[in-house]
Design a protein around this ligand. Structure first.
Ligand code: NAD
Length: 454
């Protein structure tokens, strides 16, 4: 017995009626989503604290407010986004109507990870609903307090004939992926991204893959160490380092490292106090498996700051590693925890070579007081997104696309209008006039030299 068959049939039938298409229906769903966020704010804050011990501030800014801002933007622009886009015409089509029509794909599947379990489920959902699709949402089973709220409460705010939350881990998701969807939007690891893409290939279903990898952070000698340290420490240790766009490692000269270490220590103490374990502002590692994985990484290089851990709480102190070799484990996998290795390079060119010899990253950061240095890193590398002199602030702009570039960073983009476009088929339409048939004579055989002169 296939546990998903009935649900998927129901959603397909609803889509076929065309009821998700009018702007009014889409706006009603988006308003429902907005009410869900408002009515259940405390429930969501509690669930996020339970799963990841996220502070209310982190949950507000990185989960609830971001999702709400996307809903508000989509509601404000829905009709404009849905409008047919007129396009230039050639001589033969002057009397016709040529336009791009934004159409929903149909039944879309959204699979989400655990690290921002609300944001990474709801932000794609906004795009899918705005574009008029029916949606199957598969939250992460690992962040299971949030999963529970999404499964039990969210459906009450949406039209259940067009929307469903399904539950499960790898096995159930594997079963789900055997079905034919019209679009699959996946956020998660490159390993599972490959599984999703392989399953999608069987049906030739289009996919967006929002994946991960190692995000380099170059720090130039020409910088103010304390400013850089504040910014780097904030975005490395936010959500206990479990952020796909967090800087994964620092590249800088040995001299800059010496200036940076006391500044990083000072930033960590300022943010989390002398005993970060007792700080309400530092999250925890999601589960034992990830805690054990991170413990192994603490053995790489030499611990310059932090390094303490407590398995009973899945606590790992904000840590900085130095004397790290590129061949060590910490440089072989995405860290996804509060550990920051520093690798030494002798020049900007060496840093650029180091970056370009590896997988294209999801995000890349460069710090320098010289805008020329920042622009040089930007020009000579490739990554999903780039931020000069700060970390992940580029992804707070709904006017910028968010996504990878290829390989482990993923493919496709979303946020703001990019989400709407991702979940819409851009249908090429030409409506020709039934008149003026004489003009077409030229294209019909038999062809003569006179035809070719035109
Ligand atoms: P994951 O790939 O393990 O899981 C993601 C989803 O896939 C979950 O819903 C899970 O149930 C499902 N899944 C797991 N194993 C599966 C399998 N064998 N078959 C089918 N489905 C399966 O990722 P995660 O551990 O939840 O999240 C961490 C990863 O996600 C990191 O690599 C991180 O960089 C990446 N990430 C990327 C972004 C982004 O926007 N690019 C955002 C957050 C996290």
């Amino acid at each position: 017995m296939d546990p998903f068959e009935d649900t998927l049939r129901r959603l397909r039938e609803a889509f076929a009626t065309g009821r998700t298409q009018p702007a009014k229906f889409r706006a009603t769903q988006l308003r429902g989503l907005s009410r869900f966020l408002q009515d259940n704010k405390q429930l969501l804050l509690d669930a996020l604290a339970q799963d990841l011990r996220k502070s209310d501030f982190e949950s507000e800014v990185s989960e609830i407010a971001i999702s709400q801002a996307e809903v508000t933007l989509a509601l404000k622009n829905l009709r404009a986004w849905m409008k047919n886009e007129r396009v230039p015409k050639n001589l033969a089509t002057q009397l016709d109507s040529a336009f791009i029509r934004k159409e929903p794909f149909g039944l879309v599947l959204i699979i989400a990870p655990w690290n921002y379990p609300l944001n990474l489920t709801l932000v794609p959902l906004v795009g899918a609903l705005a574009a008029g699709n029916c949606v199957v949402l598969k939250p992460s089973e690992i962040s299971n307090s949030v999963e529970k709220v999404l499964a039990e409460v969210l459906p009450r705010y949406l039209d259940q004939s067009c929307f469903a939350v399904v539950l499960g881990g790898p096995q159930e998701t594997g079963q789900l992926l055997e079905h034919k969807f019209d679009y699959i939007f996946f956020t998660g690891s490159p390993r599972v991204g490959r599984i999703v893409m392989t399953a999608a290939a069987k049906h030739l279903t289009p996919v967006t893959l929002e994946l991960g990898g190692k995000n380099p952070c170059y720090i130039d000698d020409n910088c103010d160490p304390q400013t850089v340290a504040n910014r780097v420490a904030w975005f490395r240790y936010f959500n206990a380092g479990q952020t796909c766009v967090a800087p994964d490692y620092i590249l800088c000269s040995p001299e800059t490292q010496e200036r940076l270490l006391p500044a990083l220590q000072s930033a960590i103490t300022r943010f989390y106090g002398d005993d970060p374990q007792s700080s309400p502002n530092l999250g925890r590692i999601i589960n034992q498996k990830h805690f054990q994985r991170l413990q192994a990484l603490l053995g790489c290089g030499r611990i310059a700051i932090g390094g303490q851990s407590d398995e009973s709480e899945r606590y790992i102190a904000p840590t900085v590693l130095v004397d790290v070799q590129a061949t060590e484990l910490v440089m072989q996998e995405e860290i996804f925890g509060p550990i920051l290795p520093i690798l030494n390079v002798q020049s900007l060119d060496e840093a650029i070579d180091f970056i370009t010899q590896r997988e294209k990253p999801l995000a890349l950061y460069a710090f320098s007081n010289s805008s020329q240095v920042v622009k040089r890193v930007l020009a000579r590398t490739s990554s999903g997104g780039f931020c000069g002199n700060d970390g992940f602030m580029h992804m707070t702009l709904t006017s910028l696309p968010f996504g990878g570039v290829a390989g482990a960073s993923g493919m496709g983009r979303y946020h703001g209008k990019f989400s709407f476009d991702t979940f819409s088929h851009h249908r090429a339409c030409l409506l020709r006039s039934p008149r003026m048939e004489k003009v077409n004579d030229l294209r019909y055989p038999p062809h003569t030299p006179r035809n070719l002169r035109v």
